[in-house]
Design a protein around this ligand. Structure first.
Ligand code: SF4
Ligand code: SF4
Length: 198
């Protein structure tokens, strides 16, 4: 079980904290790599204008363990995210408007699918700097929904329909891809913007 430590502090949905991102390379440049839900995968693929299969093949690593499948962004070799770039000595995200929910939330961490298990990473150099910012409640709640949907749907297909984990992942992605192609709101970067970020 995830316990509060001197590094990760429990924080509530209605709290606020001092934060200003200084664009260092700690979160994007030192791994461990960001895990993705099926929603992240479809949104980023749409943003890059590639099919979700191409996105999975070129930018992620997929791990199957027991009955579940995990997808994470690849790194460039030393922990730097595959989408991390530099601009005038500062880090920059190549897919910033469509970046994964985990990145939108950082330095906040949702340590369980429940929106109530939120922690603040106090080792982020931006924490304690700048102005007081509120926890982006809508974003936390939507991410909580997406994480639950991801694991529940994959598990349902594995347990109830006898699919292999990878097949189940592909089936869920195919369904969400069709929704996105028909203009689903959740697949648009404007939708993410309305949810806010840290
Ligand atoms: S969120 Fe924190 S660790 Fe990440 S770039 Fe900004 S200041 Fe650095
Ligand atoms: S996707 Fe973007 S914000 Fe997230 S770790 Fe990679 S470079 Fe950083």
């Amino acid at each position: 079980m995830f316990r509060e430590s001197s590094r990760y502090k429990k924080i509530n949905l209605n709290d606020s904290f001092k934060f200003k991102c200084i664009r260092c390379d700690l979160c994007c440049g030192t791994g461990p790599n960001v895990t993705l839900t099926v929603f992240d995968i479809v949104r980023i693929a749409e943003y890059l204008n590639v099919h979700w299969r191409t996105f999975l093949y070129e930018y992620t690593k997929v791990l199957v363990g027991d009955m579940m499948v995990f997808v994470a962004l690849r790194d460039k070799g030393k922990g730097e995210c595959v989408f991390m770039e530099y601009e005038n000595g500062l880090t920059k995200c190549r897919i910033y408007p469509a970046r994964p929910m985990r990145c939108r939330l950082y330095p906040l961490y949702l340590v369980s699918p429940s929106a109530n298990y939120l922690h603040l990473d106090t080792e982020c150099p931006g924490v304690g700097k700048g102005r007081e910012v509120k926890v982006p409640k809508k974003l936390v709640e939507r991410y909580s929904f997406e994480v639950k949907y991801h694991y529940k749907e994959i598990m349902r297909l594995v347990l109830d329909e006898g699919m292999r984990p990878l097949e189940a992942l592909e089936a869920v992605l195919e369904r969400l891809w069709e929704e996105a192609e028909k203009g689903a709101e959740w697949a648009k970067t404007e939708f993410l913007e309305k949810l806010g970020s840290t």
